[in-house]
Ligand binder design. Structure first.
Ligand SMILES: Nc1ncnc2c1ncn2[C@@H]1O[C@H](COP(=O)(O)OP(=O)(O)OP(=O)(O)O)[C@@H](O)[C@H]1O
Ligand SMILES: [Mg+2]
Length: 330
């Protein structure tokens, strides 16, 4: 390798905050993480979108040096998470899925405690604590003991104590789980601000809208494997311009199955299948919304009744359903 090509390679490599190669974590027979590879650029917001048990938290735990992988390599700014955990920890902040603050300390005391633990300069810590408490709307509760906060307030406290040392790389494990829509938007605004400050963010979520709103790229993870990875628009484009219709039919099952097959012959129908567990026929169709009338007519022309129709415009949820055959909320 020439000096020049070595130099070029180094620059490319330095573009990445996180690199993961063929990472696996097995808990006896459970393949929690099963050979995942991805890279996150500096300043990028990358999300893992996946259902319960997909392997999101396990991946974060490995990258944040809480857990060793079974095999594979993961580096953060070229520091190996297994061999150089001290170096890695200097650059990261984490909002874990489970709250980790001290119940008997107030909001303010908790933030100060974690800041001191990270050796943040005293004057700076005070300013930052006040700023963070304000940003996530906990100002009125700054003197309230953590165990007296509501569930949503506890989540917000959990988020800011992980960020009080202003780290370069943030791991946010379901930061808005269980929050009301208004508070979720507040947290989203804060995450957007972190993005403008060029922080690298690794977010996990099972909210489609959250992944869509905040991410530069999304990895869809299921059973420990990344089954798709792209920008939000890129992922949506993989299923074309189709809309998804879920139709509940009443009648003989044989007739339902037959019509579910037959409807595939219509030129605007992209796919159609019967979902046994939900007793619905799921149809992906070009301009499905505009074609609802025709589709309903198609089924009611035999001895079937349409008892419910649910329409989902092109969304990440449809991408997930198309890839896995399951809904993300199940
Ligand atoms: N310490 C452990 N011991 C045994 N199995 C584990 C352990 N931690 C996780 N698992 C299993 O590994 C799989 C992945 O779990 P993980 O917590 O990474 O999922 P997740 O995507 O974060 O799910 P959720 O959305 O529910 O938080 C699950 O089947 C889980 O039961
Ligand atoms: Mg999790």
């Amino acid at each position: 390798m020439t000096t020049e090509s070595k130099f070029i390679k180094r620059i490319e490599k330095n573009d990445f905050a996180i690199r993961v190669e063929d990472l696996k974590k097995y808990f006896e027979d459970v393949k929690a993480v099963d050979g995942i590879s991805f890279e996150i650029k500096k300043g990028e917001c990358f999300s893992f979108l996946g259902p319960n048990g997909a392997g999101k938290t396990t991946t974060i735990n490995i990258l944040a040096c809480y857990m060793k992988p079974t095999s594979g390599v993961a580096t953060l700014f070229d520091y190996d998470v297994v061999k150089e955990p001290k170096k890695v920890k200097q650059h990261i902040g984490i909002c874990p899925q489970e709250n980790i603050f001290f119940e008997e300390l107030t909001v303010f005391e908790n933030v100060m405690f974690f800041g001191k633990m990270y050796n943040v300069d005293k004057k700076e810590l005070l300013e930052r604590a006040n700023d963070l408490i304000l940003k996530v709307g906990l100002e009125e509760k700054r003197k309230t003991r953590a165990d007296k906060l509501s569930g949503g307030m506890k989540r917000r406290l959990n988020l800011i104590i992980g960020l009080v040392h202003d780290p370069d790389v943030l791991f946010l494990d379901e930061p808005t789980a269980g929050l009301d829509p208004q508070t979720r938007r507040l947290i989203w605004d804060y995450i957007r601000e972190l993005k403008t400050r060029k922080k690298t963010i690794f977010l996990t979520t099972h909210y489609m809208d959250e992944a869509d709103e905040l991410s530069d790229r999304i990895g869809i993870i299921d059973y420990g494997k990344i089954i798709a990875m792209d920008t939000p628009d890129g992922l949506k484009a993989t299923i074309g311009k189709g809309d998804m219709l879920e139709i509940k039919l009443e009648g003989k099952k044989d007739a339902i199955l037959q019509k579910t097959e037959e409807i595939k012959n219509l030129d605007y129908v992209l796919s159609s299948y019967y979902v046994e567990e939900d007793l619905i026929t799921r149809i992906m169709a070009m301009d499905g919304i505009g074609k609802i009338g025709k589709i309903i007519k198609f089924f009611t022309s035999v001895d079937l009744n349409v008892v419910d129709v649910n329409v989902k415009a092109n969304s990440l949820e449809n991408v997930f359903i198309e890839l896995t055959g399951r809904s993300l909320r199940n």
